[in-house]
Design a protein around this ligand. Structure first.
Ligand SMILES: Cc1cc2nc3c(=O)[nH]c(=O)nc-3n(C[C@H](O)[C@H](O)[C@H](O)COP(=O)(O)O)c2cc1C
Length: 161
């Protein structure tokens, strides 16, 4: 059954939170369990493991940013944002990314992501071993013209559209 569930296609994204200018108070995680859940207001939902440092930062700052991942960001999505904890390292330094401030919320922005969504935390629901955080999208823009990747059955691929 669990292998069958891997056949659900997802976007590949990096969710960030915290203060862009403060090492130790900023972070982010690679995520695949992400979806839009309401037209009006525009809401997105992300399932985060309960122990994620990124979740701690989201709760503290009441906001987060979603970045779709292109080929250019694929390596740091897996090897930095998706594999170490922000409790132990500053992932932006490790990824050699200087985050910029968000336009409307407090969150570190990876400026070269193909799509950036700035979100205010509006709700959260524990779901098994994850918590679904729901964000109201208050700003959405493109950081590059690169194509976003999809995550499917354990690997990522570029859309052929
Ligand atoms: C491709 C990929 C997809 C992932 N998707 C999720 C996800 O949807 N939710 C989640 O909580 N963790 C996901 N992870 C795991 C987190 O990114 C990883 O545990 C990260 O180190 C958490 O960092 P943090 O503790 O600093 O928040 C994924 C990792 C990878 C590589």
């Amino acid at each position: 059954m669990f292998q069958a569930l891997d056949l659900i296609p997802y976007p590949l994204a990096i969710v960030t939170a915290g203060d862009p200018g403060r090492r130790g108070r900023r972070g982010g995680a690679a995520v695949a369990w992400l979806t839009r859940v309401s037209w009006d207001p525009p809401l997105v939902a992300v399932a985060l493991g309960l122990a994620r440092y990124t979740y701690e930062l989201i709760k503290e700052f009441r906001s987060f940013a979603v970045h779709l991942v292109s080929r250019e960001l694929e390596d740091v999505a897996y090897n930095v944002f998706g594999s170490v904890s922000g409790r132990d390292v500053d992932k932006f330094d490790l990824a050699k990314i200087v985050p910029v401030g968000a336009r409307k919320v407090t969150a570190p922005i990876i400026g070269k992501a193909p799509l950036i969504l700035e979100c205010e935390l509006v709700d959260e629901h524990v779901a098994g071993d994850h918590v679904v955080v729901i964000g109201r999208v208050v700003e959405a823009y493109r950081g590059s013209a690169e194509k976003p990747l999809v995550f499917y059955n354990g690997s990522s691929a570029e859309l052929k559209l």
